[in-house]
Design a binder for this molecule. Sequence first.
Ligand code: HSE
Length: 312
Amino acid sequence: MNKVKVFAPATVANLNSGYDLLGLAIDYPGDEVVLTKKSSSGLVITKIEGDEGRLPLEAEKNCATVAIQAYLDYMNCKEGFEVEIHKKMPIGSGLGSSSASSVAGVFAANILLGEPLSKKELVQFAMQGEKIACGSAHADNVSPSLLGGIVSVSSYNPLQIHEIDFNLDLFVGVVHPDIEIKTADSRNVLPKSIPMEDVVKQTGYLSSLLLGLSQGNEEMISFGLQDVLVEPYRAKLIPAFVEIKKMALKMGAIGCGISGSGPSIFVMSKNKKIAENICNEIGKKFDSLNINSQSYCSAINKEGAKVVCEYK
Ligand code: HSE
């Protein structure tokens, strides 16, 4: 095979209590990458669509090609590729936009080389795309985008990633208000040190979330979807966040929080209708503040990155 088109889904990272450690994939939106083998080595970006001209066309600056190059270097492979990137989600949205492009790039390259590595082994290269995009090689977006489902990053050095076997139907709604927050800026508002008391509280939330997911216990999940470490600082960057979260919980969400580094807000619920109703109300709230928004509701995506089309 010389050419392939792949899709990598958007993701909700952190899940409140798991800053840089937890993430899940949603069905849509997601990015597509078309990769074509070329006769000489090196990576050339031939087209980027859907980015309003904002993303770099230079291969050494674009997260997708940086991730592919990290993979090729590791494989000691001199193969060259033409790369087309179709952005299907807003940049700086908290939906894992750079991750989806990085994941799609690496996943496509691995397909064209005959799948020598597993999806899990590709995470380390997609993380290099994150590093170029925001200065931090976190794995909580790229892991679920590659693998699907809910993923826990237990360790960065050495990298340890575990797919969480959750035992109930869960739906996720995400509302993206049309304001941009750069991940680097959203990381910079966080304090450099935190009180032990808060660490203990957050560890309790995290363990409740993980146990609740594996036991299918909604109350434990709900308790675990809290955040005293990050949300208080980032909430200030999102108009009406506190009010919106209160409303979402009152309307029956199991949990509500900032998706990744924001400004998107996510809700988790037992059925799709609840998530859709809450997303509608959040949209109305943003309308009242003269902020446009888009919402996406789906079950948790179990597949992750996938081939859309193989060309002979
Ligand atoms: N864990 C990262 C953060 C995700 O919250 O900064 C970025 O999307």
